[in-house]
Structure formats: structure tokens, C-alpha cells
Design a protein around this ligand. Structure first.
Ligand SMILES: *Cc1c(COP(=O)(O)O)cnc(C)c1O
Length: 357
């Protein structure tokens, strides 16, 4: 197979080891003579997959007692609605930080269910920074923040102080660094950025938030129903949960989220160093808010961007085209991307600049 470095924002690069385990499981799972894709989700072999996946999430993030780990469907986008549907009453307020398009979508859904206080927004600046000076109302049910803004390349370097529990969309940086889970009422993440493939969404929720429903809910949209059934109320996305388990086993084998943080800091330092040094390129967002997962940059001569992209693709660098709302380039350097991939990109940037300046 031709060596390609996958810089795509999502679905995204996965550890080789996880894909090999997934390939084997597709043919035969644990000596059962059947594929993982065809066995009952009620088999003891598969129940162990879900139990192990929950356990490794707790272990890697140091999830304290009093939280439930769930694997749901519907992507992070369904969580935009499920969070307020479960936790925000019609006459109550939730606080939201508008730091990107995903946050904006979460706000739109929350408005269907209660009142939304957008404490700050960087929308007018095309989300090139994360707003910092704001007050969170003490009577809010929760304060929703997006930990990493996948499209714009900004990331919360630390989570804000808040008088009310945080709810966070961590779709694009979960398991990339340690987090203090006790500050959060709920954390959610679609799997396909940094922890597996599309099809499942991780939810970590405070147990005392289960069943405090603010309205009548269909069973499939009620966190408590999923919690009471250990994510097996209905047929779970069996293969997606298995891929999450194998991806997280790889994270653990690398040394866990501390090791991931170190690796991600090294990669980001290498690439941002080149963006700042190389006269052909420049970053797109506030330096102090720069993401270690999605690194966005443009060219000082935008007319050269097509040529650069071609050259990068010829060198085996895939998925670098920036999101249409930012333009330029976006290098997604999730956990599974090694320093060698980032070095390959830096080499192409250097060569391009030397040839074209
Ligand atoms: C990709 C992404 C989403 C949307 O995820 P889906 O699983 O496709 O619904 C939401 N939030 C963030 C931060 C994302 O990066």
C-alpha cells in the first residue's frame, strides 16, 4: 500500500494497530468462527467489548465515581439536542459559549427547549479566537463549551471557571490531553475524530443528572434509559464501539493521555514553528488559542494555494484542504498522526517556499 499521511478532519486517521484488530475481527471474532459483524450484541463476547470500552474510557480519563459512560448513536449533532432536551426546562436558562460553527449549531438546538444565554461569541471575527471575558449566570443549568473548534483551529487551553457545571463537546480533542472530569456534568464526543470511526458517540454524564428529565422524552433520547441498559437498550453500533475500544487500547499502550499530550505538543510546535518561520504561510487564528489538533493556515499569496495543495498531494499528504469557511489549509493532527507525518508536511512547505520565493 502506498504510504499516505491522512490529515483529514474527520472521519480521520486511526492507529494502524486498531485497524488491524478491526480487520481481524471482521473475519473472525475471538475464535467464535463468526465475524464481529454478525454476532449477537447479547453474546457474552460482545457484552465484554462494551464493558471493556467503558472501563478504558474511565481509566484513561480518570473518570471519578458518580459518572456513567455511554456509547450512543446520532453523532455529536444529536447531542446538541439531547443535552437540552434532557437538562434544560422550558423556563430555565443554559449558558453557551459561541466559539465556532459546531457551538452555533448546539445553540440553535438548545433554543428549541429553553432559554439560551450566549455569554460571548467570536462569530463576527469568523471565530478566529476564543472569547474570554464573560460572566456565566449562576442560575444557568449548565455552561456549554466546545473544547476544540475543528473548523477554525482554536482550542480551549484551559476550561473556564464556571459557577455551574460545564457541558463540553470534545469531539475533536478527547483523549488528546488530560481533563479533570469532575468539573463537567456531561462530556460528549463523536468517535470519528480522535477515538474511532463514525457510528458511535461517547457520553460521560454525572449519575445525579440521570432521570431528572425536564419533559417527556422518547426512550431513545433519554440518557437514563441508555444508562439503565448499559448502552444496550437497542442494538448498539457494534463495530464502531469495538473500534473505539481498540483505538483506546492503543492510546493506553502509548502511555495514556499524558503521553498523547506530549506527542501532540511536539507535533503542534513543529508545524506552528514552520508556519511562523516560513514567509509563504501564515496562521489564521489568535496564537494563544491555537489548536493542537486542527492546525489552520493560509498562504500570503492565495493564488499559490492550488499549486501547494497539488504538491502536498503528490507527496502523499491527504486531506489538507481547509474548510470552505476558512479557506487555505487545515492539518488535522489527531493522536494517531505521528511526528513523521508532520515532518513530511513541513518538508513540502519548505521546498515550496524555496521554489516560489
Ligand atoms: C465533527 C464535529 C461535530 C459533528 O459531529 P457528528 O458526529 O458528525 O454529528 C460536532 N462538534 C465538533 C467539535 C466536531 O468536530
Amino acid at each position: 500500500m502506498k504510504k499516505v499521511y491522512n490529515f483529514s478532519a474527520g472521519p480521520a486517521i486511526l492507529p494502524r494497530e486498531a485497524m488491524e484488530a478491526g480487520s481481524r475481527a471482521c473475519l473472525e471474532f475471538q475464535g467464535m468462527g463468526m465475524s464481529l459483524l454478525e454476532i449477537s450484541h447479547r453474546s457474552k463476547e460482545y457484552e465484554a467489548v462494551v464493558a471493556d470500552a467503558c472501563a478504558i474510557v474511565k481509566e484513561l480519563l480518570g473518570v471519578p465515581d458518580g459518572y456513567k459512560v455511554l456509547f450512543l448513536q446520532g453523532g455529536a449533532s444529536l447531542q446538541f439536542a439531547m443535552v437540552p432536551m434532557n437538562l434544560l426546562g422550558e423556563n430555565e436558562t443554559a449558558a453557551y459559549l459561541n466559539s465556532g460553527v459546531w457551538a452555533d449549531k448546539a445553540i440553535k438546538e438548545a433554543k428549541l427547549f429553553g432559554s439560551v444565554n450566549v455569554v460571548a461569541s467570536s462569530k463576527d471575527a469568523n471565530y478566529t479566537f476564543i472569547p474570554k471575558d464573560y460572566a456565566v449566570p449562576a442560575d444557568a443549568q449548565y455552561f456549554h463549551v466546545t473544547s476544540n473548534n475543528t473548523i477554525y483551529g482554536t482550542q480551549l487551553q484551559r476550561f473556564p471557571e464556571s459557577p455551574v457545571p460545564l457541558v463540553s463537546d470534545m469531539s475533536s480533542d478527547i483523549f488528546s490531553r488530560p481533563v479533570d472530569v469532575s468539573k463537567f456534568g456531561l462530556i460528549y464526543a463523536g468517535a470519528q475524530k480522535n477515538m474511532g470511526i463514525a457510528g458511535t458517540t461517547l457520553v460521560i454524564i454525572r449519575e445525579d443528572w440521570l432521570g431528572k428529565n425536564k419533559r417527556k422524552l422518547p426512550s431513545m433520547l433519554d440518557y437514563k434509559v441508555h444508562a439503565d441498559n448499559d448502552s444496550m437498550y437497542n442494538t448498539p453500533p457494534a463495530f464502531a464501539i469495538y473500534m473505539a475500544l481498540e483505538t483506546l487500547k492503543w492510546v493506553k499502550a502509548q502511555g495514556g493521555v499524558q503521553a498523547m499530550q506530549k506527542r501532540n505538543e511536539e507535533k503542534a510546535a513543529l508545524l506552528y514553528g514552520e508556519i511562523d518561520r516560513n514567509p509563504s504561510f501564515k496562521g489564521t487564528c489568535a496564537v494563544e488559542d491555537r489548536s493542537r489538533m486542527n492546525i489552520t493556515f493560509v498562504m500570503n499569496k492565495p493564488e499559490l494555494e492550488g499549486a501547494f495543495l497539488k504538491e502536498a498531494e503528490a507527496a502523499g499528504l491527504s486531506g489538507l484542504k481547509g474548510h470552505r469557511s476558512v479557506g487555505g489549509f487545515r492539518a488535522s493532527v489527531y493522536n494517531a498522526m505521528g511526528l513523521d507525518g508532520v515532518q513530511a508536511l513541513v518538508d513540502v512547505m519548505r521546498n515550496f517556499d524555496q521554489k516560489n520565493s
